[in-house]
Design a protein around this ligand. Structure first.
Ligand SMILES: C[S@@+](CC[C@H](N)C(=O)[O-])C[C@H]1O[C@@H](n2cnc3c(N)ncnc32)[C@H](O)[C@@H]1O
Length: 269
C-alpha cells in the first residue's frame, strides 16, 4: 500500500512537534466546530502529538469519545503524556490503511495527513468504514502549489520550497491533494460532498505573522536535512534559505496565504 520511500519521507522528524503543538480546533481545524458538541464520538486519523485531538475532546467533554490514531510511536507517546487522564480521550498507534475496529463514530476526521500518503484514496476508503450512518467524514488538506507570498520570498527560499515539492512528488505524494479530494470522496461513495475554503492567512498586521509565516523556515530546519541527504539541495542553500527568509519576515514580508480546503461527506443513513 505504501512503499518504503513514501513511509520514510512521511515520517515526522523529532523536533517538528512545536508546529503541531500550536494547533487547536479554532486556529487550525475550524471546519470541525460546527459538528462538535458534548457526547460526540470522533476518530482523528494522523493525530500527531494530539494537540487538535485534545482540543476536540475539550468540546465533546467527558461523555464524548475521542480516539486519535498515528503510526509514529514517539508522537503517540507524547500525545498520551499530554492527554493525562482526560476522560473520553484515547490514542492508539496505528496506520490509516490498516487500522481496524468494530466501533463506529459520529465524526471521522483527518487533517494535513493525506498529503503524506502515496495512496490517499485507499486511506479514505478505509476511513469511511468507521463513520456511523448519518455521520461525517471531514478531511482538511493543502494544495502546496497554490501558496501565495506577498512579496515573493527570497530566491533561496523559493528554491528550497520547489525542491521540497519535488522531493514530496518523487515519493508519490500529491502536492495538490486539496483540489483532488472532492472527486476522491465521490469515488468512494459520498453523493453530496461539501467543500469549504480554510485558507490560513498570515498578514503583517496580525500579531502571529512572524510565527505563522515562519512555518517554511521551520520546514527547512526540520525537514530540510532529509532533502540534503537525498541530494535535492545543498546544506549551504538550506541554511541560506532560513537566514534570508527570516530576514524577509522581519523586513519586507507582507503576507502569506496557505491554501487549505475542508472536504466533507455524510454517510448514507
Ligand atoms: C502534518 S501532521 C498532521 C497532524 C495533525 N492532524 C495536524 O493537523 O496538526 C501529519 C501526520 O500524519 C501522520 N501519518 C503519516 N503517515 C500516516 C499513515 N500512514 N497513517 C496515519 N497517519 C500517518 C504523521 O505521523 C503525522 O503525525
Amino acid at each position: 500500500m505504501a512503499d518504503q520511500q513514501s513511509t520514510e519521507r512521511a515520517k515526522m522528524p523529532k523536533g517538528y512537534n512545536p508546529v503541531l503543538e500550536r494547533r487547536t480546533v479554532e486556529n487550525a481545524n475550524r471546519n470541525l466546530i460546527k459538528y462538535l458538541r458534548p457526547g460526540l464520538s470522533v476518530l482523528d486519523f494522523g493525530c500527531g502529538t494530539g494537540a487538535i485531538t485534545r482540543s476536540i475532546a475539550d468540546k465533546t467533554g467527558p461523555t464524548g469519545r475521542v480516539l486519535g490514531i498515528d503510526p509514529n510511536e514517539s508522537l503517540i507517546e507524547q500525545a498520551n503524556q499530554q492527554a493525562g487522564n482526560t476522560a473520553g480521550l484515547a490514542f492508539e498507534q496505528a496506520d490509516v490503511y490498516s487500522f481496524d475496529t468494530d466501533e463506529r463514530f459520529d465524526l471521522v476526521t483527518c487533517a494535513r495527513t493525506l498529503q503524506w500518503l502515496a495512496n490517499p484514496e485507499a486511506a479514505l476508503q478505509n476511513m469511511k468504514r468507521f463513520v456511523k450512518p448519518g455521520g461525517y467524514l471531514a478531511i482538511l488538506d493543502f494544495n502546496h502549489e497554490k501558496i501565495i507570498w506577498t512579496p515573493e520570498p527570497p530566491e533561496t527560499m523559493r528554491t528550497f520550497y520547489d525542491a521540497f515539492l519535488k522531493w514530496r512528488q518523487d515519493a508519490g505524494f500529491d502536492n495538490a491533494i486539496a483540489d483532488h479530494l472532492q472527486v476522491m470522496m465521490h469515488h468512494i461513495g459520498f453523493e453530496l460532498v461539501q467543500v469549504e475554503e480554510q485558507f490560513e492567512i498570515a498578514h503583517r498586521s496580525n500579531p502571529n505573522f512572524a510565527v505563522a509565516s515562519r512555518l517554511w523556515a521551520e520546514v527547512a530546519e526540520l525537514r530540510g536535512p532529509q532533502l540534503v541527504n537525498a541530494g535535492y539541495i545543498s546544506e549551504d542553500l538550506r541554511l541560506q534559505a532560513i537566514i534570508e527568509y527570516d530576514n524577509w519576515i522581519a523586513t519586507v514580508g507582507e503576507s502569506m496565504t496557505v491554501y487549505l480546503l475542508a472536504v466533507e461527506g455524510q454517510q448514507a443513513v
